[in-house]
Design a protein around this ligand. Structure first.
Ligand code: ADP
Ligand code: MG
Length: 567
C-alpha cells in the first residue's frame, strides 16, 4: 500500500487512497494532524507530535519544531545528549505517521508519496528523500505541495490548459503557485511566497494587542510578556481560532495565579493585522505576473493551509479575484489528500507527471552587515543581494561602506536564507578585502553575486577607492548526508528508546498536565499535582481497565481548566 504524506512545517498528515477516494488516517490521539515536533525526555525516550509540542513549553532544550526550515542544511539541534539533523527529526515524524497508518490499515506500509514545497531546491528534495529512507519508507515520488492541492481538487480531471492558483498559508510559511494542467502533466508555472509569514504571525499580533490593552497588567507584567512570548502564545492562538468562528473572543491568561483577560472583536484583530494581510498580496501578483496570467484567466483559486480559515483571508481573496475560492476540502487536509490521490494513481501506474520550475533562485543570497539605529550600531543583519525567486542566471551588485574609522579590511560573511538575522542563515563562505584607511563610511566596496542554473555562486568584490578586487566561487554542495552518515543515522534512530504505542495518549496527558502545572499557581496547581499523582499511581498498577478510566478522568480534569484545546 502506498501512502500519501504531507510533511509540514507545523503539522504533518498521512492519507491513503481507498475505495476510490483519499482517506485521512488518525494518530493515536484520534487526530488527523500530527504536530511536526520531536522531543527526547529525561530518560532518553522519544516523544513525537502533540506530546512533544507540550514538552517544548516546559523543556525547550529537549524539543525541536519547525525543522523543515533547515532541510538540506547541515544544521543540527541537540536534544538531550544527541545531535539531530533535519532529516533525522523529519524521519521520526514520518515513522510516527507510518506506525499510525500500519495500525489503521493492519498491514505494513513501506512506500510513500511525500509532498515538498514547490520552491524546495535539489538539496532540500534529496534531504526529504533521505528522511523517508531513514523512516523505512521508499519514497515513490516527491510531489509539490501545490500540485497535491490541485489533485485533491481534481485538476487532473479538468480539460487541457486548465489553470489553478493555489494559495497556501500555513503556520510559518506562505506559498502561492500557479498550476497548469495539460495532457496528463501538471506544470508549476510560477511560485512565490514568503517563508517568514504564516498563521503564527497573526496569533502574535493578538498577543501584542493583549499586552498593549489588557488593563489588568502591570508595567512589569507587560515587560515580562513582551520578552517571553512562550507565556502567552497558546492563549493568543486560541483567541485567533475563536475569531475564525465568532465576531468576538476573549484572550485569557493566567499570570501568577491571577487571570488577565481581554475581549477582542474580529474588527480589532483585522485592524491589528492589516499589514500582514497586505503582505499576502505581493506574492500573488508576482506569481500571476510570472505565469503571465490575469486573475480572470484562472479557472480556480484554491485555499489550503490552516491559516486560510481566517475569514479575512477568504474575503481578501474573494475581493481580489472577484469570485469565491474553492475550499470544500478542509484546508489543512487538502495536501495530504492530494498526496494520497497521487499514491492511488501510482498504484495503478497512472501517476501524473509534473514539471517543476528549476529556473528560479529558490532562496535569498546575501551577506551579513550591521545597521545604524539612532546612536547604536546593530550587528548580525542579513542583507540579501540576490532575492529568492529571481530567475536564474542572475547577476546583482550591492554597495557597502566601512563602519569604523581607518578600517583596513572588510570581511564578507556570505549567507543563504530568509531570516533577517544573518547568523540564522546558512553560512556559505567568507571573502576578505583590504580597503584604504578612511573615516568610517567613506571607504566603499561593491559586491557582485552571480548565480547560475548549476547552483554555482560567484562572489566578486571591488574596493571602490583603491580599485583592489577579490573573488571566490561557492558551490552549493556538502549539505547532503553521505552514505556513511545515513548508515550512522539509521543506527542512532534505531537505538532511540520508544514508549509503547498504546501509551502515547498517557504520555500526552502527562506532558499537558506538566505544562498546565507550570502555567498555574495556588489551588489549580495543587489540583493538577494531585491528578498527576493519582494518574501515575494508576499507571504503576498496570491494570489496563483502570488505566483507561484514569486516563479519561485526567483528560476531563485537564479539559475543565484549559478548555480541552489541542494545538
Ligand atoms: P503547515 O503547512 O505550516 O504545517 P498548517 O497548514 O497545518 O501548517 O497550518 C497551521 C496554521 O493554521 C497555524 O498557524 C494555525 O494557527 C492555523 N489555524 C488552524 N486552524 C485555524 C483556525 N480555525 N483559525 C485560524 N487559524 C487556524
Ligand atoms: Mg502545509
Amino acid at each position: 500500500m502506498i501512502v500519501g504524506i504531507d510533511l509540514g512545517t507545523t503539522n504533518s498528515l498521512i492519507a491513503v487512497f481507498r475505495d476510490g477516494r483519499p482517506q485521512l488516517i488518525p494518530n493515536t490521539l484520534g487526530d488527523f494532524s500530527t504536530p511536526s515536533a520531536v522531543a527526547i525526555d529525561e530518560t532518553g525516550k522519544l516523544i513525537v507530535g502533540l506530546a512533544a509540542r507540550e514538552r517544548a513549553a516546559t523543556d525547550p532544550a529537549r524539543a525541536a519544531q519547525a525543522f523543515k526550515r533547515w532541510m538540506g542544511t547541515e544544521r543540527t539541534v541537540k536534544l538531550g545528549d544527541k545531535a539531530f539533523r533535519a532529516e533525522e527529526l523529519s524521519a521520526l515524524v514520518l515513522q510516527a505517521l507510518k506506525a499510525d497508518a500500519e495500525a489503521f490499515l493492519g498491514e505494513p506500509v513501506t512506500e510513500a508519496v511525500i509532498t515538498v514545497p514547490a520552491y524546495f531546491n535539489e538539496a532540500q528534495r534529496r534531504a526529504t528523500r533521505t528522511a523517508g529512507e531513514l523512516a523505512g519508507l521508499k519514497v515513490e515520488r516527491l510531489l509539490n505541495e501545490p500540485t497535491a492541492a490541485g489533485l485533491a481538487y481534481g485538476l487532473q480531471d479538468r480539460p487541457d490548459n486548465s489553470t489553478f492558483l493555489v494559495f497556501d498559508l500555513g503556520g510559518g510559511t506562505f506559498d502561492v503557485s500557479v498550476l497548469e494542467y495539460f495532457d496528463g502533466v501538471v506544470e508549476v508555472r510560477a511560485s512565490a511566497g514568503d517563508t517568514r509569514l504564516g498563521g503564527e504571525d497573526f496569533a502574535h499580533a493578538i498577543g501584542k494587542l493583549f499586552i498593549e490593552r489588557c488593563g489588568a497588567l502591570s508595567l512589569a507584567d507587560r515587560e515580562r510578556l513582551q520578552k517571553d512570548p512562550a507565556l502567552w502564545w497558546r492563549a493568543a492562538e486560541q483567541a485567533k481560532r475563536d475569531l475564525s468562528e465568532r465576531d468576538t473572543a476573549t484572550m485569557g491568561l493566567m499570570l501568577d495565579g491571577r487571570r488577565a483577560e481581554l475581549e477582542l472583536t474580529r474588527a480589532d484583530f483585522e485592524t491589528a493585522t492589516a499589514d500582514l494581510l497586505q503582505r499576502l498580496r505581493r506574492p500573488i501578483e508576482r506569481a500571476l505576473q510570472d505565469a503571465q496570467l490575469s486573475p480572470s484567466a484562472l479557472d480556480e483559486v484554491v485555499l489550503v493551509g490552516g491559516a486560510t480559515r481566517m475569514p479575512m483571508v477568504r474575503q481578501m481573496i474573494t475581493r481580489l479575484f472577484q469570485r469565491l475560492p474553492l475550499r470544500t476540502i478542509d484546508p489543512d487536509q487538502a495536501i495530504a489528500q492530494g498526496a494520497a490521490v497521487q499514491a492511488g494513481l501510482k498504484a495503478r501506474d497512472a501517476a501524473l507527471d509534473e514539471v517543476v520550475l528549476t529556473d528560479v533562485m529558490p532562496f535569498s543570497l546575501g551577506v551579513i552587515t550591521s545597521q545604524q539605529v539612532g546612536q547604536q550600531r546593530i550587528g548580525d543583519r542579513f542583507s540579501p543581494i540576490i532575492e529568492r525567486n529571481t530567475p536564474v542566471p542572475v547577476s546583482r551588485m550591492e554597495r557597502y561602506c566601512t563602519v569604523s574609522d581607518n578600517q583596513k579590511v572588510v570581511e564578507l560573511d556570505i549567507r543563504q536564507g530568509e531570516s533577517p538575522l544573518g547568523s540564522d542563515n546558512l553560512h556559505l563562505g567568507k571573502l576578505d578585502i583590504e580597503v584604504p584607511p578612511l573615516p568610517a563610511g567613506d571607504a566603499a566596496i561593491e559586491v557582485r553575486f552571480t548565480y547560475d542554473a548549476n547552483g554555482l555562486l560567484e562572489v566578486d568584490v571591488r574596493d571602490v577607492q583603491g580599485g583592489r578586487t577579490a573573488s571566490t566561487l561557492i558551490r552549493n554542495t556538502a549539505t547532503e548526508m553521505s552514505e556513511a552518515q545515513i548508515a550512522e543515522a539509521l543506527l542512532q534512530l534505531r537505538a532511540l528508546k520508544r514508549h509503547p504505542r498504546e501509551e502515547e495518549e498517557n504520555r500526552y496527558l502527562v506532558e499537558r498536565a506538566k505544562r498546565l502545572y507550570e502555567d498555574r499557581l495556588g489551588e489549580q496547581r495543587n489540583a493538577i499535582q494531585a491528578w498527576l499523582s493519582e494518574f501515575e499511581q494508576v499507571l504503576d498498577a498496570q491494570d489496563p481497565r483502570a488505566i483507561r478510566q484514569g486516563r479519561q478522568r485526567l483528560r476531563e480534569a485537564l479539559d475543565s481548566i484549559d478548555g480541552g484545546f489541542r494545538f
